[in-house]
Design a protein around this ligand. Structure first.
Ligand code: NCD
Length: 293
């Protein structure tokens, strides 16, 4: 049974095929390859983009989609997560898309079901479909030429599953990563790190800004988000006229992560990421569901 728990679940060739499919879905109406297939979305944490992106992706390929409203489900009545998963599994889905605040939950669920599990974000651990859509967006932007391209990942890296998945995935495709964050947001790492944006701004091709993951902080970590912004907000003033591709997985803290001017600047690819996300998730759903028979 194939699952997408981390980006390591896919080989380089498989990612190439996935991207070829995603590209074709951007070019022409997709074939209904998942007709009569059932995809369940099971989100224990908030989501705007990821859930709708997976649901739209599944529907565009002809699948039926059911969303389990966790707030009204039996986990609220004391049913364990595994019993919930086993019960959903008994309804015969082809895939369950899971988001959970606790790292490892999608992996645990994958051991109790016989359908594909898609990790749509587990705690600070991983968010593989986001990293895949980020890589896809970068590759399209640079027309496939990634060797030696430099990316600065900026912000709450330690608590970000988006950063953690990108840190695993992007170097496999030749990208060089620098982590830019205050010391308490930096993970233990072998990657190049700095606390100052200005150290790297002249050397990078891409900046990936991240949201401060306040929901994962046991106590307030920065005096205020405004103080954080004064050091790390991606402003037009800081970027100047440099040719830098600007990314963010969303949701953006406006004028904290990125300022108004840069959000409406053509160098900002946030909505491009969202658009590509549907195509990449279509390709991932197709691959795993059809691989599982
Ligand atoms: C991210 C997430 O939920 O991990 N959002 C997303 O999926 N696009 C990032 C975040 O919440 O900051």
């Amino acid at each position: 049974m194939r699952h997408l728990i981390t980006t390591d679940d896919l080989g380089l060739d498989e990612i190439e095929t996935l991207f070829k499919d995603a590209e074709s879905y951007l070019q022409a109406p997709p074939p209904k390859l998942l007709q009569n297939r059932l995809v369940i979305t099971l989100f224990f944490e908030n989501s705007t983009r990821t859930r709708s992106s997976f649901e739209i992706a599944a529907k565009k390929l002809g699948a039926d989609v059911v969303h389990l409203d966790v707030a009204r489900s039996s986990t609220k009545k004391g049913e364990t997560l595994y019993d919930t998963a086993a019960n959903l599994n008994a309804m015969g889905p082809d895939a369950i898309v899971v988001r959970h605040a606790q790292s490892g939950t999608p992996y645990q669920i994958s051991r109790h079901v016989n359908c594909a599990i898609f990790n749509a974000g587990d705690g600070a651990h991983a968010h593989p479909s986001q990293a895949l859509l980020d890589l896809f967006t970068i590759r399209r932007h640079f027309k496939g030429d990634l060797e030696g391209k430099r990316i600065a990942i900026v912000g709450d890296i330690k608590n970000s599953r988006v950063a953690n998945s990108n840190i695993r995935l992007l170097p496999r495709f030749g990208l060089k990563i620098t982590l830019v964050a205050p010391p308490h947001f930096l993970p233990r790492t072998d990657l190049e790190t700095t606390t100052r944006l200005k150290d790297v701004i002249d050397d990078v091709d891409i900046i990936m800004s991240l949201r401060t993951q306040t929901e994962r902080h046991a106590q307030p970590i920065y005096a205020s988000l405004k103080d954080y912004a004064s050091d790390y907000c991606i402003t037009k003033e800081r970027i100047g006229d440099r040719n830098i591709m600007l990314m963010h997985p969303g949701p953006v803290h406006r004028n904290i992560d990125i300022d108004d001017a840069m959000l409406s600047d053509p160098r900002c690819k946030v909505l491009e990421q969202v658009k590509n996300g549907v195509a990449v998730r279509m390709a991932a759903l197709k691959k795993l569901i059809l691989a599982n028979g």
